[in-house]
Design a binder for this molecule. Structure first.
Ligand code: OAD
Ligand code: ZN
Length: 239
């Protein structure tokens, strides 16, 4: 029977952020040397930025997409995949990350609330597709054949994250909520801990440092994701 801290756990929700992929060599956003230190997100990660300078936005995401080929999942991704496979209850994984390291780490279910680097979207016909290739304003939509209508399928600032109904339903029905490697600065994800608490769930944060919402968690595990996630998963599978 799955227990955590003496409590029976049937349903777990795990939220991950850039910190879980940091040790794979994917830069985070807000740490020193992070992506938003080198670039102003308002000139890249907004619909207005894309209208103003699409070439810059395509270049930024093409570069990040091609970098995916150089990185591999780490033991934190792999441990979560093992939890999803072996836990006797339900484990719902929601990530703010747009990389594919959870999938490559073996996770069968991954909810990408901020979209995916490997996904494109046609703003004209709504066609969605996966690609490892660069694309830009000269690329043709595989759905309607138009050019100049494809955008990275990434949720930008000012846009509404994907799958919110399902995520809120899962948070409203879990006994354990685990947040890993996220700064707690971007909503709605930063508010998930409050939804889990309102439901009476136990909450655990894994982070190398304090986040903006650290104080809301029952348990805080300060350390590297590769170490702390593996240890927590061992505990959860030990019963
Ligand atoms: P941030 O860059 O804001 O935060 C990364 C967090 O990971 C920080 O709290 C770090 O302390 C922690 N961290 C870094 N390395 C770690 C490690 N090895 N082990 C454990 N923790 C570590 O990234 P997010 O919170 O994911 O949105 O950012 C949220 C959203 O803001 C992103 O999804 C992105 C960005 O704008 C979009 O692109 C739509
Ligand atoms: Zn189209």
């Amino acid at each position: 029977m799955p227990y955590f801290n003496g409590r029976f756990i049937e349903r777990i929700v795990v939220l991950t952020g850039a910190g879980i992929s940091a040790e794979s060599g994917v830069p985070t956003f807000r740490d020193a040397d992070g992506l938003w230190e080198k670039h102003d997100p308002m000139t890249i990660a907004t619909p207005e930025a894309f209208q103003r300078d699409p070439a810059l936005v395509y270049r930024f995401y093409n570069a990040r997409r091609s970098k995916l080929a150089e990185v591999s999942p780490n033991s934190a991704h792999e441990s979560l995949a093992r939890l999803q496979r072996e836990f006797a209850g339900d484990v719902f994984l929601v990530t703010q990350n747009v990389d594919d390291l959870h999938e490559r780490g073996g996770s069968g279910q991954v909810c990408h609330m901020h979209g995916e680097l490997l996904a494109l979207l046609c703003t004209k016909c709504g066609h969605g597709d996966y690609t490892h290739e660069d694309f830009d304003a000269s690329s043709r939509c595989p759905g309607c054949g138009s050019t100049g209508t494809l955008r990275p399928d990434i949720v930008w600032f000012g846009e509404f994250p994907y799958h919110m109904d399902e995520i809120e339903a899962r948070l409203g029905g879990c006994e354990l909520f685990i947040a890993i490697g996220t700064s707690g600065q971007v909503y709605p994800a930063a508010g998930f801990v409050r939804l889990a608490l309102a439901r009476g769930a136990t909450t655990v944060e894994i982070n190398r440092e304090l986040s903006d919402v650290t104080g809301l968690f029952h348990h805080q595990r300060r350390g590297l994701a590769t170490v702390e996630v593996a240890a927590l998963v061992e505990e959860l599978l030990a019963y």
